[in-house]
Design a protein around this ligand. Structure first.
Ligand SMILES: C[S@@+](CC[C@H](N)C(=O)[O-])C[C@H]1O[C@@H](n2cnc3c(N)ncnc32)[C@H](O)[C@@H]1O
Length: 419
């Protein structure tokens, strides 16, 4: 075992400790330097190992429970979980077991438990792969599963859980005429790569011909359909996937976000793709102006992105969502005031919860006499009529398109202002 392989596994265990012990999202851990001590390859490996462990956590725990009389301390449990996941993927047992024994053995408080780790992982290895395949697809935690079953039914939620467990391919939004790697063109115009490898070496990356964006996220700007010369405000813009799409259409885009750190990434994305937008660091709730079109991709629970962020159901418990729902309503009301008469507002969230989508639009429609829903804006290639909701929005779900590896969950509605 190389030092580097050990370092990546150790970092993965540490990430798991933070997500499962402190309720931190992996993105937060990364932005505060959790993996800065590693080289790029080990960083990617640590992230991948932690994500795969979180995806299969329920299965790993069920297998481990057969060989543990009581739960060991969290960091030991996380080493066992990671070891179990790697063994289930067919990694050589001696390498996995030695690594986990080494990680726990060097732990200043729990070093004495390395013998337990050795014994348990050897028993787990003897059970696999049959034991793994017999277990059910991991379920969402109750706090999220219950409202989702109430909204979409248990069959749909089971489909979502299969999609979460399978993870996501890499989707690209391509500039017109841009150079691309080989991939699968999806009906809505996104390019999907099933085995992408390292993104920054793919054809067209350096030239800025495309950017990474899930197929569902790319639909919102297609619904807004920015025209050359139109003034468009992207109200919660960073890191800029939708800003880039609208700028590529030739619109005059203002990209606003409250987070300077995230706007740095937006500026980098504009520069790599050689697209232009006015960048504003401000609170959406105090911004003034009048625009032909406004896109509000409001901060939300992000429950639609669990395929790519398997940490979310483990790090969160839903207690923050009430405040987000309130903020979304305030933002929608303020954004409405920024739309010129005759203009349009696209409201969207990457959430699976109707309170952050369908319900927000229903309430806005009851509040603003000059607001109507533009269903025609949703008549786009690849959008199925069954995805249109009662109030006239578009509901996208991870259980859709299972045969081509799904999509993120998203809600999108186009609201027209009377002229
Ligand atoms: C869902 S993300 C936006 C993703 C982005 N539209 C894209 O396509 O790449 C939500 C964004 O809202 C921003 N945000 C949160 N509160 C805000 C506020 N009060 N004013 C402006 N931006 C805010 C966050 O910093 C975050 O970047």
């Amino acid at each position: 075992m190389t030092d580097s392989a050990l370092a990546a596994r150790k970092a993965a265990v540490h990430l798991l400790d933070q997500v499962l012990g402190e309720g931190r999202l992996m993105a937060e851990c990364l932005s505060t330097g959790a993996l800065d001590h590693l080289g790029p390859q080990d960083r990617a490996r640590a992230q991948r190992l932690a994500a795969e462990t979180l995806r299969g956590l329920e299965r790993a725990d069920r297998i481990l429970a057969r060989h543990l009389q009581k739960a060991p301390p969290l960091t030991v449990r996380n080493a066992l979980r990671l070891g179990t996941i790697e063994l289930s993927q067919g990694e050589a047992a001696h390498g996995v077991v030695n690594a986990m024994v080494e990680i726990v053995g060097r732990h200043r408080k729990h070093g004495r438990l390395k013998g337990l780790v050795n014994a348990v992982l050897r028993k787990v290895d003897a059970d696999l792969p049959e034991a793994w395949e017999k277990l059910r697809v991991p379920r969402l935690p109750k706090w999220l599963r219950v409202p989702l079953v109430a909204a979409w039914g248990s069959e749909a939620v089971a489909g979502m859980e299969r999609a979460h467990f399978a993870g996501a391919p890499l989707d690209l939004t391509v500039k017109p005429g841009g150079m691309t790697p080989d991939g699968q063109w999806l009906p809505t115009g996104t390019l999907r790569l099933h085995e992408p490898g390292q993104v920054s070496v793919l054809p067209g990356y350096e030239a800025g011909d495309w950017w990474v964006q899930d197929v569902a996220a790319a639909v919102a700007a297609r619904v807004l359909d920015a025209r050359p010369g139109e003034s468009v405000l992207d109200l919660c813009a960073a890191p800029g996937g939708k800003t880039l799409q609208m700028a590529a259409s030739g619109a005059k885009v203002t990209a606003l976000d409250i987070s300077e750190a995230r706007l740095t990434r937006l500026r980098e994305n504009l520069s790599r793709t050689q697209l232009e937008a006015e960048v504003v660091a401000a609170d959406a709730l105090t911004h003034e102006g009048r625009y032909d079109a406004v896109l509000l991709d409001a901060p939300c629970s992000a429950t639609g992105t669990i395929r790519r962020h398997p940490d979310l159901p483990h790090a969160k418990d839903g207690s923050e969502f009430g405040a987000l729902i309130e903020l979304q309503a305030q933002m929608l009301a303020h954004a409405w005031g920024l739309v010129k008469p005759g203009g349009r507002l696209v409201y969207c969230t990457c959430s699976l919860l109707p309170d952050e989508g369908e319900v927000q639009v229903e309430e806005a429609l009851s509040l603003f006499a000059d607001m109507t829903v533009d269903k025609a804006a949703l008549a786009l290639p690849g959008i199925e009529s069954g995805w249109i909701t009662e109030e006239g929005g578009l509901r996208l779900r991870p259980d859709y398109w299972p045969e081509i590896r799904g999509m993120d969950g998203f809600y999108i509605a186009c609201l027209r202002k009377a002229g």
